[in-house]
Design a protein around this ligand. Structure first.
Ligand code: CS2
Ligand code: MG
Length: 405
């Protein structure tokens, strides 16, 4: 089944998404997500200029060989741009294979391990009370796992808090230059233990809470926070410290039993190998779009299973519904799946572009049984919403020192 064309679309229904369409000789096509937040055009060019010419004429059924060809064959292995390109091609090839077989991709991955995919929702607010009120709304919608992020008193803007924006698209979608955010670890420590103490007091043990530190703490500060949060039994503390030095987590793990999650910025199994084999974390958070697609995620999940580590795929607003659909097929068929981050199916406009029949029921996703990934991309609608450069913020300490965002 020869590949005859590869198209790359960058659309902005409120935020940028990079969508790849692989087309074969009989017209069967597959879709993949190549969205790299703030670097969309780099991936677009990489695919158009360096990947597409090598794919024309190749057999779309040879998913593993094409993955290795694009990974081992390029010499400059790994990295977010290369791996987002490989990821999108990989997702599209799995989509094609499912369509040809007349089966949803999860059936090709080993079939269902569970009836639905458990999700965690986001609750954020300007105060602790506001955040917990949002959590109560999530509980009413059927979620039993909720990420809590509250504004840090004394700082203009806080990661993960919408402020006066109506949704993450509005918050992230229109930043022609990187906005600068302030950070204070001292002010952060004054807030977070109190946030979870009040959450536990208000909601008891019926709901599991999570938190994303977003790489802001040094290892010993992460250890301190983990210890302070132990009484509140978090499902996990995410990105407690920076991910580059996996050994950071050896120190953190030594001091606290708060479960640790990491991995949304990782691109290959090599990035997380030490973390996994030393059991320094409890959940691996890679995303199909950043970690080499369905093929890349399977390699990581199976390695993690040997060390009793579960998957908790990244599910941020800057991963398109195509990536989310790929995650559903992975999550329903991966034995050591833990939980999936969920921030909704996108805004109204994006839902006219990315169409699917995934169902949200009681904090779970019921996966599509349509052949392939079960998602459609409306090119005509997408073309109405053209690329708009938008950056992620940059973080600085109060004295101006550049810090981790
Ligand atoms: C966050 C992400 O959802 C999360 O866990 O860490 O929203 C992250 O900030 C974005 O993906 C960055 O593009
Ligand atoms: Mg995160």
């Amino acid at each position: 089944m020869k590949i005859t064309d590869v198209k790359v679309f960058v659309t902005n229904p409120g935020r940028n998404f990079v969508t790849v369409k692989v087309i074969t000789e009989d017209g069967t096509y597959g879709l993949g997500d190549a969205t790299l937040n703030g670097r969309e055009m780099a991936v677009h060019t990489y695919i158009e200029e360096h990947v597409k010419p090598c794919l024309i004429g190749r057999d779309a059924h040879c998913i593993e060989d094409i993955w290795q060809y694009l990974y081992m064959g390029v010499y400059w292995r790994r990295g977010p741009i290369t791996m987002a390109a490989i990821a999108a091609i990989d997702m599209a090839l799995w989509d094609i294979k499912g369509k040809v077989a007349g089966l949803p991709v999860y059936q090709l991955l080993g079939g269902k391990c569970r009836q639905g995919v458990r999700l965690y929702a986001h609750a954020n607010g300007e105060t602790i009370e506001d955040t917990l009120d949002k959590a109560a709304q999530c509980i009413e919608q059927g979620f039993d796992a909720i990420r809590l992020q509250a504004a840090i008193p004394g700082l203009k803007e806080t990661y993960g808090v919408l402020g006066d924006k109506k949704d993450y698209f509005e918050l992230q979608g229109n930043r022609p230059l990187p906005p600068e955010q302030e950070w204070s670890t001292k002010k952060y420590f004054k807030l977070v233990p109190e946030l979870f103490a009040q959450a536990k007091a208000r909601f008891g043990d019926d709901v599991e809470f999570l938190h994303d530190t977003h790489s802001r703490l040094t290892p010993i500060e992460s250890a301190k926070l983990g210890k302070l949060l132990e009484p509140y039994d978090l499902l996990f503390l995410e990105d407690a410290s920076i991910a580059e030095n996996q050994e950071n987590y050896k120190l953190i793990r030594h001091h606290t039993t708060t479960p640790l999650a990491l991995g949304e910025t990782y691109n290959t199994i090599w990035d997380c190998k030490d973390l996994i084999q030393n059991q320094w974390i409890d959940y691996i958070r890679t995303a199909a779009t950043h970690a080499g697609g369905i093929t890349g995620m399977k390699k990581i999940a199976d390695f993690a299973a040997i060390y009793n580590i579960r998957t908790a795929p990244h599910g941020a607003p800057d991963l398109s519904p195509i990536c989310f659909a790929a995650h559903m097929h992975l999550n329903i068929s991966t034995h050591n799946f833990g939980i999936q981050e969920f921030v909704g199916f996108g805004n109204e406009i994006s839902q006219t572009i990315f169409k699917h029949d995934m169902r949200l029921e009681n904090g779970m996703i019921i996966v599509s049984d349509a052949p392939g990934l079960g998602i459609e991309f409306d090119e005509v609608q997408a073309e109405k919403y053209t690329y708009k450069r938008s950056y992620l913020p940059v973080s600085r300490l109060e004295d101006g020192t550049l810090w981790h965002w």
